[in-house]
Design a protein around this ligand. Structure first.
Ligand SMILES: [Zn+2]
Length: 444
């Protein structure tokens, strides 16, 4: 494969934003560059027009707002569009950005014809930044697509397709199945209604874990209520049977070593290990991140995906973690039982009392600052759990709908700290007094 270098470890397979932008080196390349740039601008103009027509954002022009927005300086307000509007917008986005990406492949191929390997690679990466599902660019990387799991090396897709099962019924000879497929580097796919689960762990343990996934999906959708714009697309999940495999995947996204799983918004895929007990909480946590993301922002299309690209700099990240912690204890056999982000964490809560009471510090945290070296990550998670527990539990009557509004805002555009007040429709001071009164009861 002449261009296999594109798929090697030096270029993370799901983050093309790290690749340098194309820089035309010849008149021919310049002409293709111009045409691709024009297609890209036109795609965004057309999308902005669609937003306006559908009232996707109260202030009309979504893309202008997102482009202008600076961390902490966003002046965009929340939008009030309906799920159908979102779905139509995402569909158009896929088509229009897909067409622009194809133009970047024209650029890449023009460079290739001139023997310019650097610009060829830059063009392929630009195509993938523009549309992660650009077929020409994926094929150039030697990749093929598999339902729900996206693009993987062609040979792996071929093998996984042969090892795909609809539903969770066990194969006739489980031991033989495990021997062949439940191996690092091999794997098999189990399809549930809402998920495509690629596993290298043993069949029985994978099926046992996955049997609650669809129920979790319904429970999260129910909490999100009428603002959930879910589609019938499956969400991709990678389950790792060994610590080494998970460690490798985690290192590839430059994850922190303590991470017990992750959801990658850029690729729309959840990853976690299944090599020891307690995988259920990690599964519930990461899949909740995935379901919320798909429901509020749709399956990822592009690295220029407005709020998705900028979320790492947005305030109020606690709410994304809080809702994931809320569902950690989800049990499909008791789907209607009340959930709690604090149950079993009483001691940790007491140990982080000071942190949990400091709302100024918590509200300011972004995805970036959340787990920085100097951050008290444990304290951040506890504060997110406490705030969520209060908003969805004891303070439900007054604050549950405010919580949902803030969550939705966090996922659809950049937030600043004052957005808390906008979403809550209550003075920060009033909320803080209610929360602290409740909190002090909890740690008595
Ligand atoms: Zn999380």
């Amino acid at each position: 494969m002449p261009f296999a270098v594109l798929a090697d470890a030096s270029l993370p397979a799901d983050d093309f934003t790290k690749a340098a932008n194309p820089k035309p080196q010849s008149a021919k390349q310049q002409a293709k560059w111009n045409s691709a740039a024009e297609a890209f601008n036109n795609a965004h103009k057309a999308l902005a027009e669609i937003c306006k027509k559908r009232g996707l954002f109260e202030e009309g022009d979504y893309h202008t707002q997102i482009t202008r927005a600076k961390p902490g300086k966003s002046s965009a307000r929340a939008n009030t569009a309906k799920p159908d509007d979102y779905r139509a917008y995402w569909k158009a986005g896929r088509e229009k950005l897909g067409a622009a990406a194809a133009k970047w492949m024209d650029y890449a191929n023009a460079a290739k014809a001139e023997g310019d390997d650097t610009q060829y690679k830059a063009g392929v990466c630009q195509a993938l930044k523009t549309c992660i599902d650009c077929e020409g660019a994926r094929k150039a990387r030697g990749e093929a697509v598999i339902d729900g799991l996206g693009w993987l090396p062609e040979a792996r897709v071929e093998a996984l397709k042969k090892a795909t099962r609809e539903g969770l019924a066990p194969p006739e000879d489980v031991a033989a199945f495990d021997k062949q497929y439940a191996q690092a580097g091999a794997g098999y796919v189990l399809l549930t209604k809402h998920f495509a689960v690629c596993s290298t762990a043993k069949f029985a343990a994978t099926a046992e874990l996955a049997k609650s996934f669809d129920a979790l999906y319904e429970a999260v959708a129910k909490l999100l209520g009428e603002c959930a714009a879910l589609t019938d697309e499956r969400i991709g999940v990678f389950l790792y049977g060994t610590a080494a495999e998970f460690g490798q995947a985690n290192a590839q996204r430059e994850g922190t070593s303590w991470s017990g799983g992750f959801y990658r918004a850029r690729s729309g895929l959840a990853h976690f290990p299944l090599y020891e007990g307690g995988a259920q909480a990690a599964a519930n946590h990461e899949l909740t991140h995935a379901i919320v993301d798909y429901a509020l922002r749709g399956k990822p299309i592009s690295a220029y995906d407005g709020p998705r690209g900028k979320q790492s700099a947005a305030a109020c990240f606690w709410i994304a973690e809080g809702v994931a912690m809320h569902f950690e204890g989800f049990d499909a056999s008791k789907a209607d039982a009340p959930l709690s982000a604090l149950r079993g964490r009483e001691d940790a809560l007491k140990a982080r009392m000071k942190w949990c009471r400091d709302l100024d510090a918590i509200f300011t945290l972004t995805a970036e600052s959340w787990a920085r070296d100097d951050a008290d990550v444990g304290g951040n998670y506890m504060a997110a759990a406490a705030l969520t527990e209060f908003c969805l539990g004891a303070g439900k009557e007054k604050y549950a709908s405010c919580f949902m509004k803030l969550l939705r805002n966090h996922y659809t555009r950049e937030l600043e700290v004052k957005d808390f007040e906008n979403a809550f429709g209550a003075k920060r001071a009033d909320f803080e007094a209610d929360y602290l009164k409740w909190f002090d009861e909890q740690v008595k």
